[in-house]
Design a protein around this ligand. Sequence first.
Ligand code: FE
Ligand code: FE
Ligand code: ZN
Length: 276
Amino acid sequence: MLHIGCHLSSSKGFAAMGRQALELGADTFQFFTRNPRGSRAKDLDPADAAALAELLRANRFAPLIAHAPYTLNLCGAEESSRTFALETMADDLRRLEYLPGQFYNFHPGSHVGQGTEAGITWIAQALNALLTPDLHTTVLLETMAGKGSEVGGRFEELREILDRLDLPEKAGVCLDTCHVSDAGYDLIGDLDGVLTEFDRRIGLDRLKAVHLNDSKNPPGSRKDRHACIGEGAIGLEALTRVVRHPALRDLPFCLETPNELPGYAREIALMRERAK
Ligand code: FE
Ligand code: FE
Ligand code: ZN
């Protein structure tokens, strides 16, 4: 069966998200570890985390995706911004130990003029500080649209980061369909070709999750504006091929489409039907 869910608000706590996911027909979901703009996290309630862990087990959920604040930049030009990102992510990973076995997804960062190579060096260095042998979370680098000076718009950039890790088994990749199309990969016309390229550059064994989004913009636009399923440039047929592809179909899929909860429930049901 397809593993699919959507982005949920964490404002009511962990177990509440699990119950909401069940109501939506989801068997995975994503949440921000804290305010997406990167401020303080609320105090964590271990009993709430344990209740969610039990719900996930009882309902055979696929791994969840905890998403780092998208304002963090591990490869910013200022040392203070890099340190803030590193410390925030270290704190997130400490808190996620209360919910072992999930994914922690982050945007690799923007090199803001320092160049891609410098960006890759900063990101790999930070990950080497964050990843420890006893960590129970797998950290995922998200494929990016290549907007501005974003690192991670090309598969080879992600490979370059993964190659420099001391503990590569603690890291993987999350493929965002909107970002990959916006970055110029032909997801619409040649999914097999895109996955062959991913396999050649990174290795499909490193792919751990998919963000399932349509895009408001045509391929190669480097924009990163998500659209609801079937309402954007990628379209329902191409996204159906994504959830049905043998190399992807066992991965957790997460919708990050501009929806309220009823819209998410409809898209989850639609993609479950389409995946059959
Ligand atoms: Fe993201
Ligand atoms: Fe995404
Ligand atoms: Zn995006």
